[in-house]
Design a protein around this ligand. Structure first.
Ligand code: PHE
Length: 356
């Protein structure tokens, strides 16, 4: 026990964030961790992830990394918010009355932070869960529309990725036009399936891979997409590879197999390790940094619910993801760095130049 506490505290000691709020829920033996990475630009915003971890230390590792990612995401998106994230490290996925009771206790914890941290849906949490949090705290974005929320952020995330794909094609291939281009969408969930519709509308040839074959068949019926076996994704020839499922899909193992000039998709944490950004660059593949191209969801939730944006403002800001990527690509070329490094440099400059 002592050594695991030491290793978790060691992670906090090496972290660049402001605070880690920790609470142990005795009733369910759930660790609640809220990582407040930065409040420099505004309240720390980021979703709540519900997961079974192999140990509390792994949950701490995840929340610290994810909270820092949100700081970069909000800064790059030009939002007046900082970065945070929460994980509920449960012994088993809670359901029914137990889930509700746990969320109410978690909501009260969030409420004690008085808005320093504001949450929303993330892995394994949805609008229904945000509705429960909303019973005890005003600091939950993404409640269902009937409960005062702004509805699913998935369509705006997909629209942001679509703008990002166009900007990436313009830079790497000379034109943003997607007619006749081949785009491989990995993951046909809430974001991926909307993206497929946008690409099909443009006349792109869309390839889709998903572990759930039924989802692929449905898109095949609706849009005539071409199914790809999940294992075949890395070797598939295409113009754009759009990872929209799990993270860590770009690695020392997969990058040499890629047969595409552009990687631009919605998944979080696409790089398995930092060196993968350089591996992509060396392979001549243009990579759209994930925390920039997938910021449409954050723009939707924070813009609509905290900043009072109307639909036109939101849509213009989501379109701005394309312009931000173009700027990042130019800087990366000019500075001779990876696109990931250029994006982080731009985000950190916004953080550094903020008036406290
Ligand atoms: N979890 C999502 C993200 O990481 C959405 C979210 C954004 C939730 C901002 C809360 C606040 O982008």
């Amino acid at each position: 026990m002592t050594s695991s506490i030491d290793s978790a505290l060691g992670l906090v000691a090496d972290w660049s964030g402001e605070a880690l709020v920790s609470h142990h829920d005795r009733e369910t033996r759930t660790w609640m961790f809220v990582g407040i990475h930065s409040t420099r630009l505004g309240p720390a915003c980021g979703g709540t992830r519900l997961r079974v971890y192999s140990s509390p230390t792994e949950a701490v590792r995840d929340v610290l990394r994810l909270a820092e990612g949100m700081t970069l995401k909000c800064a790059a998106a030009g939002l007046p918010t900082g970065g945070g994230k929460a994980v509920l490290a449960v012994p088993a996925m809670p359901t029914g009355a137990d889930r509700r009771a746990l969320l109410l206790r978690y909501g009260r914890l969030i409420d004690t932070l008085r808005g320093t941290y504001r949450t929303g849906p993330d892995m394994n949490t949805s609008a229904v869960d945000m509705d429960v949090l909303g019973e005890v705290t005003p600091y939950a974005f993404g409640r269902s529309p009937g409960n005062g929320g702004s509805g699913s952020s998935a369509p705006d995330t997909a629209r942001g990725v679509w703008h990002g794909i166009r900007a990436s094609c313009a830079h790497a291939l000379g034109s943003p036009d997607l007619a006749g281009r081949t785009v491989l969408v990995q993951g046909a969930g809430g974001v991926g399936s909307v993206l497929v519709g946008l690409l099909a509308r443009d006349g792109a040839k869309v390839l889709v891979a998903d572990l759930a074959a039924e989802r692929v068949r449905e898109l095949e019926r609706r849009y005539g997409v071409v199914p790809v076996e999940p294992d075949d994704v890395p070797g598939t020839v295409c113009d754009v590879y759009a990872p929209c499922a799990t993270g860590a899909v770009l690695s020392a193992a997969t990058i040499p197999a890629l047969r595409c000039p552009v990687v631009a998709g919605a998944a979080n944490n696409q790089l398995a390790e930092p060196e993968d950004a350089e591996r992509l660059r060396a392979a001549g593949i243009l990579y759209a940094p994930d925390f920039v191209i997938n910021s449409g969801g954050a723009l939707h939730l924070i813009g609509t619910e905290m900043l009072g944006w109307d639909a036109a403002t939101l849509s213009a800001r989501v379109a701005g993801i394309g312009a931000t990527l173009t700027e990042i690509y130019h800087h990366a070329d000019e500075w001779g760095t990876t696109t990931e490094e250029a994006a982080e440099t731009i985000a950190r400059a916004r953080l550094g130049s903020a008036t406290a």
